[in-house]
Design a protein around this ligand. Structure first.
Ligand SMILES: [Zn+2]
Length: 283
């Protein structure tokens, strides 16, 4: 039984099983079995069938790295992306979205959702203010800003979800109401009827960034849009400290790691199952 336990991989089985991956792999096993039978190698075909199905049952897939390449196949295939999102149990963020939509909530990507300020302007202004620095064509936060931001994130992480909501409402003039909300993840609801959901790690990161910017610049819109931009500098989750992984908005399997390419690439906290940043068409 120890062998079975060692073979079992819960990341892609049970509730997390990805049916498109499972079917794709079963189909491949079927083709190999048929090819072997056509060559009258019935023992080998039986072996492949038994072992193949068993491995797919235990691990979720047989072909190595299916979770890595399946999302790309999905991305280039004419099959609608939604098929995979609806059936998949292990794309955290969209899984949460579907249950939230039933309650009438919409997920908000950022506090800056309503701020119309293009990325170029934000970076130009933040650079002019000495908040973002460039070296060798790489952007990073000025060290003092980065330190202040991380210290404030640590403080906000220690707050309860109630306290975080109250702090957010008190700090941001344009938020007239914020309250905690918990389903399979933790959220702050912004506004009411029905309100928009902001993931807890995003709320921590943006509120901390907003407060840091508040001490350095005057333009309210730039503070909010700038706070959103700060999230691209995250390398670990502000709430649970887990290292963020790159994923894709077209993701039938959570484990996709790949170069930043179309469709939108995202930074995801694997533990909180929340999306921390979306690179909109940034290559
Ligand atoms: Zn996390």
């Amino acid at each position: 039984m120890q062998v079975l336990a060692a073979l079992t991989d819960e990341t892609h089985t049970g509730e997390n099983r990805c049916w498109p991956c499972t079917l794709l792999n079963l189909g491949l096993v079927g083709i190999i079995v048929l090819l072997l039978r056509a060559r009258e190698r019935s023992l080998a075909s039986l072996l492949v069938a038994v072992v193949g199905v068993a491995v797919i049952y235990l691990r979720g897939y047989l072909v190595p790295y299916t979770p890595a390449f399946a999302p790309r196949l999905v991305a280039v295939s004419p099959i609608p992306d939604e098929w995979f999102h609806r059936e998949s149990g292990h794309d955290g963020p969209s899984h949460s979205e579907s249950s939230n939509e039933e309650r009438g909530h919409e997920e908000s990507e950022s506090l800056a959702d309503d701020v119309e300020l293009d990325g170029e302007t934000v970076f130009r202004e933040l650079s002019a203010a000495g908040i973002i620095e460039t070296e060798d064509e790489r952007l990073f936060l000025a060290p003092a800003v980065d330190t202040a931001w991380h210290e404030r994130m640590d403080e906000l992480t220690d707050l309860s979800l109630d306290e975080l909501s109250a702090t957010l409402q008190a700090s941001l003039p344009q938020i007239d109401h914020a309250e905690p909300y918990v389903d399979d993840a933790e959220w702050v609801v912004l506004g009411s009827d029905p309100g928009q959901l902001l993931a807890r790690p995003v709320a921590v990161a943006e509120l901390a960034a907003y407060e840091v910017l508040d001490e350095r610049i005057d333009d309210e819109r730039l503070k909010v849009a700038g706070a959103e931009a700060f999230r691209m500098f995250l390398d670990s989750c502000p709430v649970c400290d887990a290292e963020l992984v790159e994923s894709s908005t077209v993701s039938c399997c959570g484990g996709h790691l790949g170069p930043r390419q179309d469709p939108d690439e995202t930074l995801v906290c694997p533990t909180c199952e929340q999306r921390l940043y979306t690179y909109d068409g940034v290559n």
